[in-house]
Design a protein around this ligand. Structure first.
Ligand code: GLN
Length: 232
């Protein structure tokens, strides 16, 4: 079904470094699962988009402040966010996980985090998880604006561990980053494309129509598997 766009162009906010969902390639162009899904949705439903890669919490603020029409940024659909956003159908099942430097034998459980510093990206599910558990396990939380700073902090031992979405940690490890994940991941939430609550309903509808079609034709699987190897 074709839906009629109501704007000449939709501004789509996204994260800066959240591989394999959005990241800059060697030519400094953004690519990734989110980028491909959104660009294909625009092609299939005949609407125009401009991507604005401004970071996760920046994207949340841009949509809330009407500086962007929607966001796709590996954003987990949560009850709390549903108060301010309308989400399209879920497109990826995820979850969060702790990562430490490869060879770190001191941290094998949350209890071992006592007295350590654990980092996450500001405004994320991981940041919420750490805030909720810092007293219970006795660690300090340090928040970073973007993933480059967060992962670098573990590398240079500025922090002892980081928390992030497991497919992003997995991708980093597959790319050769020296990290390991000693604790089972938290059972997770689904990612969804989001608009500000009550706004741009046609944009959600166009995204959903295109997503359904991409799932039906196998194009969705092709996009995902072009960035990640199948794992189970
Ligand atoms: N899925 C996580 C969240 O929604 C992280 C998203 C991100 O860092 N881009 O909070």
């Amino acid at each position: 079904k074709q839906v009629e766009p109501k704007k000449d162009e939709y501004v789509i906010a996204s994260d800066t470094a959240f591989a394999p969902f959005e990241f800059q390639n060697a030519e400094n162009e953004y690519e990734g699962i989110d980028v491909d899904l959104m660009e294909r949705a625009a092609e299939m439903q005949n609407f125009n988009i401009t991507f604005n890669h401004i970071g996760f919490s920046g994207a949340v603020q841009a949509v809330e402040g009407n500086q962007a029409d929607g966001m796709i940024a590996g954003m987990t659909i949560t009850d709390e966010r549903e108060e301010n956003f309308d989400f399209a159908d879920p497109y990826f099942e995820s979850g969060i996980q702790l990562a430490v430097e490869e060879g770190n034998e001191d941290i094998t459980s949350y209890e071992d985090l006592e007295g350590t510093t654990v980092g996450a990206k500001v405004g994320t599910e991981s940041a919420d998880f750490l805030d909720e558990h810092e007293d219970e396990y006795g660690f300090n939380v340090k928040l970073y604006d973007d993933a480059d700073q967060l992962y670098e902090a573990v590398r240079v031992d500025a922090i002892d561990a980081l928390m992030d979405d497991y497919p992003v940690i997995g991708y980093a490890i597959a790319q050769g980053q020296e990290l390991e994940t000693p604790i089972d991941r938290e059972t997770g939430g689904d990612y969804g494309f989001a608009v500000k609550k009550g706004q741009n309903p046609e944009l959600l509808e166009m995204f959903n129509e295109a997503l359904q079609e991409m799932e039906r034709t196998g194009e969705y699987d092709q996009i995902v598997s072009s960035y990640v190897e199948d794992s189970d």
